[in-house]
Design a protein around this ligand. Structure first.
Ligand code: PCA
Length: 199
C-alpha cells in the first residue's frame, strides 16, 4: 500500500471556514485507490506551514503529496501548474506581511507541478465536475507550501503538487460577498477522484 500525504489549511483572512480542513480530516487514515492517506492540517503562517510539510515528508516518506487550498472566488477545481519563489501579499494568521520575499534565497524561480494535472482536469470533467488548470497559485501560503514541497522533492520522482478548490456552500453563506460555491460532498468526491487517478 502506498502513502499519500494530503495537506489542507486552517481558516484565514475573510474565510471563517476552510473546506480543505474538513477534507483532510475526513480522509485521514482512509484508503482511496492505491493510497493510504496521511492527512495534515497546516497553519496559515509563513513561519510554520512550510516547515510542517518538510517535517511530514521526512516522517511519512510519502509516495505522493497533494496539498489543498481554498481559492475563494474560483468556481472550478484548479490543479496548479507552477509554484514560484516569491512570498507577497495579505497578512498571514500571525499578522506577518511579506513583500517580494523569496522562499529560498538561492532557489530556482519556479517548480512545475509533478501531479498529473491534465489527467486530473479531464477526469473531473468526465465525472461532471468543473475543472481547469490554473497557471498561478498566487504568492501567499498555498504557493509557499507548493514551492517548499517541490523543492524538497526535486530529486524524487513522486507525484507532488497543489490543487486549489472553491468555497463550500457552508463557507459561502457565512460570507458577506457572495462567491461561487460547491457542496462539501462534491468537493470531497472531487478530491477522491484525483487520488484515484494518481499513479
Ligand atoms: N488558501 C490560501 C492559503 C490557505 C488557503 O487555503 C492561498 O491560496 O494561498
Amino acid at each position: 500500500m502506498k502513502t499519500l500525504l494530503l495537506t489542507g489549511f486552517e481558516p484565514f483572512l475573510e474565510f471563517p471556514i476552510n473546506p480543505t480542513e474538513q477534507i483532510v480530516k475526513q480522509l485521514d487514515g482512509l484508503t482511496v485507490g492505491e493510497y493510504q492517506i496521511k492527512g495534515l492540517l497546516l497553519p496559515v503562517t509563513y513561519e510554520e506551514a512550510g516547515q510542517r510539510v518538510l517535517d511530514a515528508i521526512k516522517q511519512v516518506h510519502p509516495d505522493a503529496v497533494i496539498s489543498l487550498g481554498l481559492a475563494g472566488g474560483r468556481a472550478s477545481i484548479t490543479p496548479e501548474r507552477i509554484a514560484i519563489n516569491c512570498r507577497d501579499g495579505a497578512p498571514d494568521n500571525n499578522g506577518v506581511v511579506l513583500n517580494d520575499a523569496p522562499i529560498y534565497e538561492d532557489g530556482p524561480d519556479g517548480y512545475f507541478s509533478k501531479l498529473p494535472i491534465r489527467k486530473f482536469v479531464e477526469t473531473l470533467k468526465d465525472n461532471g465536475y468543473p475543472a481547469e488548470i490554473s497557471n498561478t497559485a498566487g504568492t501567499y501560503l498555498c504557493n509557499n507550501v507548493m514551492y517548499t514541497a517541490l523543492h524538497a522533492l526535486k530529486d524524487q520522482s513522486i507525484p507532488a503538487g497543489f490543487v486549489h478548490i472553491p468555497a463550500s456552500h457552508e463557507l459561502a453563506v457565512k460570507q458577506k460577498k457572495t462567491s461561487p460555491s460547491w457542496s462539501s460532498h462534491d468537493l470531497l468526491e472531487a478530491v477522491k477522484l484525483m487520488i484515484h487517478v494518481l499513479d
